[in-house]
Design a protein around this ligand. Structure first.
Ligand code: SF4
Length: 424
């Protein structure tokens, strides 16, 4: 077992067991996207464990940090926020022990589980980080939790200052921050950044992004040609497997499945009676929930804020590093969740209206995740905008996306079942 990143080893074993189980009990033509995710995630986890065993520096990164920059170095990238949520998806009690561990230590119960998981794991000595990198976004939880890593756990932390204004001046400021941060990482690790590797990582993300744009175009069709579980799978792939060939493969498999179904005039498994958009994020602690949504509730989940990217691929034909880093800065400032959480509320309101119209939704489901206080203040405004401009109702579910004890899956299913009665 790799002693330096034990959560990866634990999750590697869980991924392997889940894949074995899914392959045994699910017929060949079902859960194709889930199988692709599990197979490809296993490959990345194996590689990551091998790199950690070779002694490469382990760099913890916040999900909103452009991991392309880490690919310029010979390191083990470790996404802080992805690990507890993958654990929540694959095991009955997820990372609950670690949330409780850090709350008992003194962290507020209402802070975000995405960081609390790793905070608890650090108290248990499960990870040995050499360095951490983080932007000053998207939320107060991030800012507060990374102080624990830096001040209490004494992990060296490099921060890039992300401005609020999404203007040319704002993008240029953040591009300068990223260039500076790349130099700082190199100095800290005593490595020269390899710009060819950096560009190759961007090229892989570009290719995956092209597939995602096709997927999102096809998700507009009525009825939806793809199962609702694809939403959280795209999120997990984006934050767990960034810049990898495996990310490309997962998105390609989903694209191919959808294209095949459309060609044959088929829709997703289960019939579609309701079409929903989710302006915030979706749940991770019960992957079976999405099967219930499709088959029992007959509701398609067409998008959530973490799997529709409001930007284009980066132009790599330019030879100028400055131009590439500026486009990267622009992407990062519009990265899922950062775009909606770090900016003025008009962004999440306008994005929700755009998504509801584009995906021809007849309702919206807003997860008021306990950690996300910044978007909780948008709930009523989004509800009024959808109702007044499009005549679409919105259900708000108070929950913790990574901890089933806040709102159980039974409670969530009950709330949804009562809500759809009002749509009939
Ligand atoms: S934006 Fe919300 S879900 Fe994302 S890290 Fe912050 S509190 Fe957690």
């Amino acid at each position: 077992m790799s002693q330096r990143i034990r959560p990866y080893q634990i999750l590697y074993d869980m991924l392997r067991l889940t894949l074995e189980l899914v392959e045994r009990i699910v017929t060949e033509d079902e859960q194709i996207a889930l199988k692709s995710f599990l197979r490809n995630a296993l490959k990345v986890f194996k590689r990551t464990l091998h790199s950690a065993d070779q002694g490469k520096p382990v760099v913890g990164f916040h999900f909103a940090f452009p991991v392309e920059i880490l690919y310029a170095f010979d390191v083990v990238p470790f996404c802080i926020e992805a690990i507890p949520y993958l654990m929540a998806s694959l095991t009955p009690d997820g990372a609950e022990y670690y949330y409780d561990r850090i709350v008992a230590f003194g962290s507020p119960y209402h802070s975000c589980t995405s960081q609390k998981g790793i905070m608890g794991m650090l108290l248990e000595g499960l990870v040995d980080f050499d360095l951490m990198v983080c932007p000053t976004a998207p939320c107060d939880n991030t800012i507060a939790s990374y102080q624990f890593f830096s001040n209490y756990m004494k992990i060296p932390l490099l921060i890039s200052d992300m401005p609020h204004y999404k203007t040319e001046r704002g993008y240029q400021y953040y591009a300068d921050q990223l260039s500076h941060q790349m130099n700082e990482i190199g100095e800290y690790l005593k490595q020269e950044p390899d710009l060819e590797r950096f560009k190759a990582a961007i090229a892989r993300n570009n290719q995956a992004h092209e597939y995602l744009m096709e997927i999102n175009d096809m998700r507009r069709r009525i009825p939806s040609p793809i199962e609702s579980i694809v939403g959280p799978l795209i999120t997990a792939t984006t934050i767990l497997l960034p810049c990898t060939e495996e990310k490309i493969q997962i998105f390609k498999d989903i694209r191919d499945l959808m294209a095949k179904r459309i060609k044959k005039g088929e829709s997703r498994i289960g019939s579609e009676q309701f079409r929903s958009i989710w302006p915030n994020i979706t749940f991770f602690f019960d992957i079976g929930f999405y099967e219930w949504l499709d088959r029992e509730l007959k509701m398609s989940l067409l998008m959530d804020c973490t799997n529709h990217y409001y930007y284009n691929p980066i132009n790599l034909n330019q030879t100028d590093f400055e131009g590439i880093i500026q486009e990267l800065a622009q992407q990062v400032m519009n990265y899922p969740m950062t775009r909606q959480s770090q900016h003025f509320l008009e962004t999440i309101i306008n994005d929700s209206l755009w998504a509801a119209k584009t995906y021809q939704a007849d309702c919206a489901i807003f997860t008021a995740h306990l950690g996300c206080k910044q978007v909780a203040s948008a709930v009523q405004l989004v509800r009024e905008a959808l109702r007044d401009e499009l005549g679409i109702p919105m259900l708000t579910i108070e929950c913790d996306i990574g901890d089933k004890r806040f709102a159980s899956i039974e409670t969530i299913k009950y709330e949804l079942s009562e809500f759809v009665k009002t749509l009939l």
